[in-house]
Design a protein. Structure first.
Length: 246
């Protein structure tokens, strides 16, 4: 791991920019813990086993951007079976956290979502426990691999989609998401799934305020075309009943 404990000028400008867009902790419904320090990484930190971030803020010293990046732009990359806990992802990054297989993300907070907060690239089950994210123009959790993602006790505010199963990946498969004990506000969609590919979303013990759609079904493909939304609301694929306001 390579880092500087001094926040770079680029990181400072990125945080100012994110706050000007309404992503500051004071303006958010999130209760992001106080940071224990700042580390600016010059390259992604790869994790095997477990890494406890000590509630420090980790970034890359670049301007927050919603443009498409890659693994080299991530803050943390979790190898298959790895666990990341107790970390704050700063606004000075692009790709947030990558999972290359099964992974666990515990009490991790995103000051701002730039491209995606969490990208699940490999096959295997993933668990997101606690933590939260804010300021996502589009997706918070992007699911490209095959398996089940469980989102438990997460907070999300000012977002496009909390969870999206990849609608046009080259390699498609059946994906599932379990959303429970989630508190959501000011968003477009909690879950987007490809029901034609066998995806399901199960939502329980969750509240949502000013969220347009709880669960939407899409026609997924492997051609790269933009998938079409075919329905929204409770169904055999979108499994939930009442989602009250928070």
């Amino acid at each position: 791991m390579k880092y500087s404990t001094t926040v770079s000028l680029a990181a400072s400008l990125a945080l100012v920019n994110a706050r000007s867009l309404g992503f500051s902790r004071r303006q958010s419904a999130l209760s992001i813990p106080a940071s224990a320090g700042t580390e600016t990484l010059s390259e992604p930190q790869y994790i095997t086993g477990s890494f406890d971030g000590g509630l420090k803020t980790y970034g890359r010293g670049v301007s927050c951007s919603s443009g498409e990046g890659g693994e080299a732009d991530a803050v943390f990359v979790l190898e298959d079976g790895a666990t990341l806990s107790n970390a704050i992802i700063g606004a000075d990054q692009i790709e947030g956290v990558y999972c290359l297989g099964a992974c666990t993300v515990e009490n991790v907070w995103w000051e701002a979502v730039c491209e995606d907060a969490l990208s699940i690239k490999g096959n295997g089950n993933a668990k997101v426990s606690g933590g939260g994210a804010q300021g996502a123009k589009d997706k918070v959790i992007q699911h490209n691999g095959v398996g089940t993602v469980t989102i438990d006790g997460f907070q999300v505010s000012d977002f496009g989609k909390l969870y999206r199963s990849c609608g046009n990946c080259d390699e498609q498969g059946e994906r599932h998401v379990v959303i429970q004990n989630v508190k959501a506000s000011s968003g477009s969609q909690l879950a987007g799934i490809n029901s034609n590919l066998g995806d399901t979303a199960t939502i329980s013990d969750t509240c949502a305020t000013s969220v347009d759609t709880i669960c939407a079904e899409y026609e997924g493909n492997n051609t790269g075309d933009e998938p079409s939304m075919v329905s929204e609301g409770p169904s055999d694929a979108c499994k939930y009943t009442d989602v009250p306001a928070c």
